[in-house]
Design a protein. Sequence first.
Length: 360
Amino acid sequence: MTNPMHGPNRFKLGIFSANADGGLTLTKVPERWPAKWGEIVEVAQMADRAGIEFFLPIARWKGYRGETNSRQHSYETFTFAAALAGVTKNIALFSTVHVPMVHPVFAAKALATVDQASNGRAGLNVVAGWNPEEFALFGLDKVDSPYDQAAEWIDIITRLHTGESFDFKGKYYDLKGAVSQPGPVQDPRPVVLNAAFSPPGRNFAANHADFLFTTFSSIEAGADTITDIRARAATTGRDVGVYTTTHVVCRPTRAEAEAYYERYTVTEVDAEALDHLATAREKHTQSHDEATYRLYRQRFAGGAGTYPLVGTPNEIADQMIRMAEAGFAGTTVSFVNFKDDMPFFLGKVLPLLKEAGLRE
Ligand SMILES: Cc1cc2nc3c(=O)[nH]c(=O)nc-3n(C[C@H](O)[C@H](O)[C@H](O)COP(=O)(O)O)c2cc1C
């Protein structure tokens, strides 16, 4: 079968962070996502039935403290994808993997396992990582240029997936007789995203990934990112697309959507967790531009700094159409409670995207 990431829809959609409690939010509202296994399966199946292209977990090892300690409860992403392979039919199943924490020989074998179990639906989302608490949990120090290691890492995985047996001597890895069988179903390898924002991250995506997965502060700024990544990829003759990421509050009226957004991101925000995340991220990652930090604290409470889509089905579809026009290959969506919020979104917004010619 064709991995849906290579399918015909002009604007593809993914469900992001359903594997972690709170999803992408930092809110205390009682209906916040508990990330219980049975409900995750229901959500994955709902997305699968609706023709959503991909299911993308977040890679987290520690919570953000505060009252909710959101993301402390999260599922490991290779085993997550493998388990979902058995209960879904068409949707692509990504694993989000921290380069420094996971050995590439293990990653190659795990990814091929998911690809075999899902008949070619596996995807790899490469992340450099940024959170020193998570590095410490593995006994690691955060490195200054993670993408040098990432380049060796993905090179090893790609070569293993071609069926090669080889010795490898790099700065980070020294392997004798590396081999991994069986290989993946996808040829030459499963789809690769790279979640990054900075110029070194974009260079890595340009050289090694199929898609950059990135944030933007406005749709216009997102268009600049697309031009930038295309130019970087063109220097090596590659074609690299860009996916972005949003959080969604979709309601019959704009007033309802805004009132709910205000409630979960301001009135009921987990302020201590928000302070912890905002401070830690500002110190340790450039994955959003400065304007995003200053002006959009609410976006961190609403969806970890992703772009808010708050409004009626028409308003949300219109913004997605603008994203497609700006050149995005698609976006992820996240919700306060995936199971409760997705039916309205899927039922109302997808037909509008179809009408606009963005999806079949
Ligand atoms: C859209 C997006 C998704 C990300 N998802 C994760 C994640 O799941 N786990 C994680 O530790 N870091 C995640 N990151 C952070 C990256 O791993 C990286 O630390 C950050 O982007 C800074 O690196 P950069 O210099 O490449 O921008 C994500 C970043 C972006 C832009």
